[in-house]
Design a protein around this ligand. Structure first.
Ligand code: B12
Length: 342
């Protein structure tokens, strides 16, 4: 108990918003959920494909005894945002505001690991945020960080669903926490508001219909899908924005998730003219950068079509000469959309 209290206190001191603990044991109860999604073809393909690895922490670290799960709040109030609004802009979802959360959470976990090593020199650990094999939301649910919403998000009473999840498998025994009793109020607001109709009754979810997926996939997008994207460049927040559990919640205290060099309203003209080096500089520490320049530029071209702003025509016309065939095709589509064809 002493160890757990000390770890928790240190976590708070270094700005970790939420922390909980669970035993590292197979989570067999997850198997039917994952198999069902897989059989229906509703997984995104971005998650670990091997179900055994997803449900059994011992396959990743055979001497694991406990899992420390952390949550990092990322809601930033409008008053902390720049008023700058480029003429033609595309929007980043909150997940891509400020510093890349993968980096931020990894730093927190590493700092925590170092601290625990000082208390328990035999400590071994493996830390992950988002890209690890296990199911992050389930770990956070089991560790008492929140409850599931109909929007599939894990929701916390203080921070709503606006928190990222990270975890650390460790070889030390720590007493586990229990899941919360709280529940989603079941208003169905998210199910109705989801622009892609990805959310289904009974906590179902078809990732392939989620706008967040469409903005990341390298597959060619249909006309209908392109139109649904609006002027989004990366991520979609609608199912969280409409959630009543997200009203009156606490802001992120750290500055990490305040957009700085890269505003959340991204200047599309600039984005479309970036060299590889400039892209690297601006996007390598942003969560939207992992999919590469071409996907973000594709989304920017679709956004120009959807904005239906004639000022975009000269820019789109230059892209008709782009060496990349698919970029030329999306530019043609955007010009037709501005001309009123779609
Ligand atoms: C692949 C992926 C995606 C895919 C697929 C999303 C999905 N819902 O499966 C896409 C690209 C669409 C996506 C989008 C987003 N993502 Co994402 N994503 C992931 C990733 C890598 C794997 C998700 C996964 O395993 N899906 C499979 C399903 C089965 O798992 P699940 O989502 O946890 O589903 C749970 C519920 O459905 C619930 N459940 C299912 N049936 C039932 C039945 C009952 C009765 C109950 C109570 C519960 C229940 O249990 C499941 C197991 O936990 C995780 C990180 C990770 N490694 O886990 C991040 C993660 C889920 N994403 C995250 C975020 C922030 C987002 C976005 C908000 C980003 C954005 N702004 O666009 C959206 C939200 C979309 C949504 N409503 O889910 C956060 C969520 C944080 C939170 N507080 O919930 C995570 C955890 C990343 C992180 N480490 O912080 N994402």
């Amino acid at each position: 108990m002493q160890l757990k209290t000390e770890i928790t206190a240190y976590a708070k001191a270094i700005g970790i918003d939420l922390i909980g603990f669970i035993k590292a044991e197979p989570f067999n109860e997850l198997r039917p959920i994952l198999e069902d999604r897989k059989n229906k073809g509703h997984l995104s393909g971005f998650e670990e494909a091997d179900i055994e690895l997803r449900i059994n922490p011992l396959k990743t670290m055979e001497n694991a005894k406990s899992i420390i799960v952390i949550g990092q709040a990322y809601y930033i109030d409008d008053t902390r945002l720049s008023n700058e609004e480029p003429q033609l802009y595309g929007e980043l979802a909150r997940t891509a505001w400020g510093r890349d959360y993968h980096i931020v959470l990894k730093e927190k976990l590493e700092a925590l690991g170092k601290y625990i090593e000082g208390l328990e020199p035999k400590l071994e650990y493996k830390a992950f945020a988002d890209t690890g094999p296990l199911v992050d939301r389930y770990l956070a649910y089991r560790a008492g960080l929140g409850w599931y919403g109909y929007n599939n998000a894990l929701i916390n009473k203080d921070y709503g669903s606006w928190f990222f999840i990270g975890y650390m498998l460790t070889n030390i025994e720590i007493e586990g926490d229990a899941p919360l009793e709280d529940k989603c109020m079941g208003c169905r607001g998210c199910i109705e508001a989801c622009p892609g109709k990805a959310l289904e009754e009974g906590q179902g979810f078809n990732a392939k219909k989620c706008l967040s997926y469409l903005l990341q996939t390298k597959e060619e997008l249909t006309e209908e899908e392109r139109i649904k994207l609006g002027n989004r460049l990366y991520g979609c927040d609608i199912c969280q924005q409409v959630c009543p559990h997200n009203k009156g919640i606490k802001e992120a205290t750290s500055e990490d998730f305040v957009p700085k060099e890269l505003l959340y309203k991204v200047n599309i003209e600039e984005l479309l003219k970036l060299t590889n080096k400039e892209f690297q500089k601006l996007f390598s520490t942003n969560a939207s950068g992992w999919r590469g320049k071409k996907i973000l530029q594709r989304n920017a071209i679709i956004a120009l079509g959807n904005l239906k702003d004639k000022r975009a025509i000269p820019l789109l016309q230059t892209l008709l000469e782009d060496p990349r065939e698919d970029i030329r095709a999306y530019a043609r589509w955007a010009l037709e959309r501005i001309a009123g064809k779609w």
